[in-house]
Design a protein. Structure first.
Length: 174
C-alpha cells in the first residue's frame, strides 16, 4: 500500500499530486498529508516552496530566502518539522484512508522528514502515495523493503490506484 511514481520533470510531481488530491477530495476520500506548491516570485531567484496540509487550511513555507547568489539547500528544516507535526497530528486524531506526501526526498532517505509519518500510516494499513526522484531511489527502496508499487506518471492511473487502495480498507467511508 505504498505507491510512488518518478516525476518526469522538475515540478511535475507536485502538479500531479495536486490534481490527484483534488480528484480524491471531490470523491470524499478521507486523506491527510502534503502537496507542494512552488511559487515563482522573481525571475532572478528560485521559487518559494510551500506545503499545503491536506484537509486543513494550513500552508507552510519550507524554503528559506538566502539571496539570489546563494547555493545549496534552502530547506527550512524547522518549517518542515512543523508540517510533519501537522500531518502526524492529523493521523492521530482523524480516521484517514490515504496519506499523500509530496516526495520521499533526502530528508526521508536520511531518516528524517515525513519518514516516521509514512511508517505510521503503513503500520495502520493506511495507503501512502508519494513521489521519488531517481537520486533518492536507493534510500526509498531500503525503506520500502519491497512493499512499494511503482506507478506511471498518469493522473488517471494514480487516482485509480488510490481509490482501489481506499476501497480495499474495511469500514472506510468514501
Amino acid at each position: 500500500m505504498l505507491g510512488f511514481f518518478i516525476p518526469l520533470g522538475c515540478g511535475q510531481g507536485d502538479i500531479m499530486l495536486q490534481q490527484i488530491a483534488r480528484r480524491l477530495d471531490a470523491q470524499s476520500v478521507a486523506m491527510t498529508g502534503v502537496v507542494q506548491r512552488n511559487l515563482e516570485h522573481d525571475p532572478e531567484r528560485r521559487c518559494h516552496m510551500d506545503l499545503q496540509i491536506l484537509g486543513q487550511p494550513d500552508i507552510i513555507r519550507i524554503s528559506q530566502e538566502r539571496g539570489k547568489y546563494a547555493l545549496g539547500c534552502r530547506l527550512d528544516s524547522g518549517q518542515l518539522a512543523l508540517a510533519v507535526h501537522h500531518v502526524e497530528a492529523a493521523l492521530q486524531r482523524r480516521r484517514v484512508s490515504l496519506l499523500i506526501i509530496n516526495k520521499f526526498g533526502k530528508q526521508e532517505s536520511e531518516g528524517e522528514g515525513f519518514r516516521h509519518a509514512i511508517g505510521t500510516a503503513l503500520a495502520r494499513d493506511i495507503a501512502v502515495l508519494t513521489t521519488v526522484s531517481r537520486a533518492q531511489m536507493p534510500g526509498f527502496r531500503d525503506f520500502a523493503q519491497g512493499m512499494e508499487t511503482e506507478l506511471t506518471c498518469d493522473v488517471d492511473e494514480v487516482t485509480r490506484w488510490c481509490l482501489d487502495q481506499c476501497h480495499a480498507q474495511p469500514d472506510v467511508a468514501q
